[in-house]
Write a protein that binds this ligand. Structure first.
Ligand SMILES: NC(=O)c1ccc[n+]([C@@H]2O[C@H](COP(=O)([O-])OP(=O)(O)OC[C@H]3O[C@@H](n4cnc5c(N)ncnc54)[C@H](OP(=O)(O)O)[C@@H]3O)[C@@H](O)[C@H]2O)c1
Length: 287
């Protein structure tokens, strides 16, 4: 977090992810005066101003002009419209103490927006591309970052500190971000999907709705905590629950017979393929 002290941090797009970062930065003690936020949606602006007690601008240009680190947190399809007006302000030297004489660091979190796409529109600007995930909203996210060619070691440390404020961070080559998108970017939805079908199945066994929901959610929570705390491979923990000829084994046999592992692998391949397709949309420079 030290590397972010003294910097002005700008967030353009204060939706789900923008707000997760705001929350994390404030919780880490970054002062409100060091944060600048813009959002195009008047409703979101009002909500964020009330929730975080800081001003939110309608136009990202001023935020881009005044920040040492700019996070682009708008939807991928909004990038072609959102980025060109910012270019002039991002390709100038950073203004405040922490940024020195270098250009501001731009961090993009949009699925499918490649470093190449941004390099063409923001020539010479240090870039870091990040794939975060939704649990960042409760400070428990997982993010993978890939640095662009002009990003220095310090820029990478800045991006790591930023996402460290809302969870765990790893650094990977950009080509692996499609896999990361499939695994952890989309990952929370697989868990919510599992929770949904598990709750439905629990109800079919006769449990009342509230009990089914509590049983599933607490089991998920406890199991994940144990998985992390024990450091043991998942296989070893399965063996601790499933005794020979017992109830768990009966359930696991059904999942294996119904080819659950193959189906899950196929689902992840489909997500990674879709991520590659979306990225290829943003490969071609405009004009
Ligand atoms: N949510 C996830 O689980 C997740 C996971 C990984 C990565 N991401 C990435 O994170 C990014 C943000 O996602 P999100 O879920 O936070 O989206 P979101 O909730 O829709 O937030 C984006 C916000 O930016 C505003 N906006 C649009 N154009 C703008 C502009 N030119 N200047 C300033 N603000 C603008 C939007 O306003 P309007 O409402 O008027 O459009 C909206 O309030 C996306 O690129 C997504 O790919 C999200």
């Amino acid at each position: 977090m030290g590397v972010l002290r003294g910097l002005t941090i700008g967030i353009i797009g204060a939706g789900t992810m923008g707000q997760a970062l705001l929350r994390g930065l404030l919780a880490q003690g970054i002062p409100r005066r060091a944060l600048r936020v813009a959002d195009a949606n008047p409703q979101t602006r009002r909500l964020v101003e009330r929730r975080f007690r800081l001003p939110v601008e309608a136009d990202g240009r001023e935020v881009a002009r005044r920040s040492d680190l700019v996070i682009l947190a708008v939807k991928p399809q909004q990038f072609p419209e959102a980025v060109p007006p910012l270019a002039r302000h991002l390709t100038r030297p950073a203004t405040t103490r922490g940024g020195g004489a270098s250009r501001p660091l731009v961090v993009t979190i949009a699925a499918g927006i490649t470093l190449r796409w941004l390099q063409v529109r923001l020539p010479g600007v240090p870039l870091v591309r990040v794939m975060p995930n939704l649990p960042a909203t409760v400070g428990c996210g997982f993010a993978a970052l890939a640095a662009g060619r002009t990003a220095t070691r310090r820029h990478r440390a800045m991006a790591r500190a930023l996402f460290g404020a809302v969870g765990t961070v790893v650094e990977l080559p950009e080509r692996q971000l499609d896999a990361v998108t499939a695994v952890s970017g989309s990952g929370p939805a697989y868990v919510f999907y599992l929770a949904r079908i598990w709750e439905e199945a629990a109800r079919k066994l006769g449990l009342p709705r509230a009990a089914a929901s509590e049983a599933v959610r607490r089991t998920l929570e406890g199991s994940v905590r144990l998985l992390l705390a024990s450091g043991e491979p998942a296989e070893a923990l399965i063996a601790k629950v499933a005794s020979k000829g017992g109830t768990t084994e009966a359930a696991l046999k059904v999942l294996a017979r119904r080819r659950m592992p193959a189906q899950f692998a196929e689902a992840l391949r489909a997500a990674a393929r879709r991520s590659r397709e979306l990225s290829s949309r943003y490969q071609i420079p405009i004009g």
